[in-house]
Write a protein that binds this ligand. Structure first.
Ligand SMILES: Cc1cc2nc3c(=O)[nH]c(=O)nc-3n(C[C@H](O)[C@H](O)[C@H](O)COP(=O)(O)OP(=O)(O)OC[C@H]3O[C@@H](n4cnc5c(N)ncnc54)[C@H](O)[C@@H]3O)c2cc1C
Length: 340
């Protein structure tokens, strides 16, 4: 008799340090962690979790989440960063949710347009970028979407469904996906397909990204991969545009890739009108340390893991910033990072 393994047995790694799966380098041991490569495997996994009554947590590259020091015993962590596929269907780019957003900027470069430049060096996967409506300056991920594909985890069949970008309720760091138990599995882009050569080169780039056997969520390795690729393209006669050079300058000047972090900790309050980083500057608390964590001396809205910080150290400094802003400026900033 052949005994078939359940999806959890087949796809989950056991007793995995979550710290390797977040750019914060923080997180205790998870009992179950899976990185499905297809939406079928993802659906099987969810079905199995439902059957056994085990909760799950979906994430991507872990560049916007703070994992707990002691994860719940039966929580199944599911990263979609290996759900990577990029193809042209009916004349449109179809991109799976694990595709790094930064890769899209190189796709644009190879298509000789600037529509995707803003995604250059933006950490994280497209699925989370859609969930968070990630942005850089005035451009947001919703600007480049046509249709989003998702699984409604309440629907018994876990079939893939689609929603037009106009119905996704995108706003500053908001989307409909934050309001429902929906998992983004991919999207069609509203970006022109320039040439067959662009399609082939982008597919090759994704292959190279996939085959990189490095630390799964290391910011220095993320930075060096995309910087290396942009230099390689320059060597092939595709010069790096000024917009991307500016991004390199901005992110390196703010030391984005020097220490483990999850980028900005709080959302800006546009009603108040001054960025959280600038408010922290005025409070004179940049450089404050607690445990292994520090409020970045270079960017007031970033808390860095400078020396084996715990999630509790980051939370302590978040509270400090939040309470200081409330006391001085009269509002409580909303966290941008997701506290698991
Ligand atoms: C140095 C640094 C700089 C940054 N700069 C910026 C910036 O300029 N602009 C900006 O917007 N962000 C910035 N970020 C934050 C981060 O890049 C984005 O929030 C990004 O979208 C997170 O992608 P991820 O794959 O790492 O998501 P994760 O951190 O893995 O997940 C984030 C959230 O999305 C949910 N999620 C993940 N995948 C899915 C899915 N497929 N379906 C449904 N929900 C999902 C998770 O449950 C979680 O709640 C920065 C981060 C770092 C470390």
């Amino acid at each position: 008799m052949i005994l078939h393994k359940s999806a959890i047995e087949r796809l989950c790694m056991r007793h995995v340090e979550l710290s390797a799966f977040s750019t914060y380098g923080i997180g205790g041991k998870a009992n179950y962690l899976a990185m499905p490569e297809t939406s079928e495997d993802l659906a099987d996994l969810l079905q199995d979790c439902k059957l056994r009554g085990m909760p799950w947590y979906i994430f991507g590259m872990g560049s916007n989440i703070l994992f707990p020091d002691e994860p719940e015993h039966d929580l199944v962590f599911i990263s979609l960063k290996n759900l990577v596929d990029l193809r042209v269907t009916n004349g449109k780019w179809h991109v799976s949710s694990g595709t790094p957003m930064s890769l899209l900027s190189l796709m644009g470069l190879m298509g000789r347009h600037d529509l995707l430049d803003f995604t250059f060096l933006l950490p994280g996967c497209l699925g989370a970028g859609i969930y968070m409506n990630a942005k850089y300056n005035h451009r947001q991920i919703c600007d480049i979407l046509d249709t989003v594909y998702y699984i409604d985890t309440m629907e018994p069949g876990l079939h893939i469904q689609s929603v037009a970008v106009s119905d996704c309720q995108f706003a500053y760091k908001q989307s409909i996906f934050q309001q429902h138990p929906w998992i983004v599995v991919g999207a069609d882009l509203n970006i022109p397909v320039s040439s067959e050569e662009q399609v082939l080169s982008t597919a090759q780039l994704l292959k190279d990204w996939k085959s990189r056997g490095s630390h799964p969520s290391s910011l220095p390795s993320f930075f060096s991969f995309f910087l290396g690729e942009v230099h390689a393209l320059a060597g092939q006669g595709i010069p790096t545009p000024q917009s991307m050079l500016d991004i390199i300058k901005y992110r390196t000047s703010k030391r984005h890739f020097d220490y483990p972090s999850c980028g900005s900790v709080f959302k800006n309050n546009y009603n108040y009108g001054v960025a959280v980083g600038a408010l922290v500057d005025q409070l004179n608390i940049k450089g404050t340390e607690y445990g292994g964590a520090i409020i970045s001396p270079h960017h007031g809205n970033m808390i860095l893991n400078q020396n084996q910080a715990k999630a509790s150290d980051i939370r302590y400094l978040m509270n400090l910033i939040s309470e200081s802003i409330d006391r001085q400026f009269g509002f409580v900033p909303e966290p941008e990072i997701v506290l698991v």
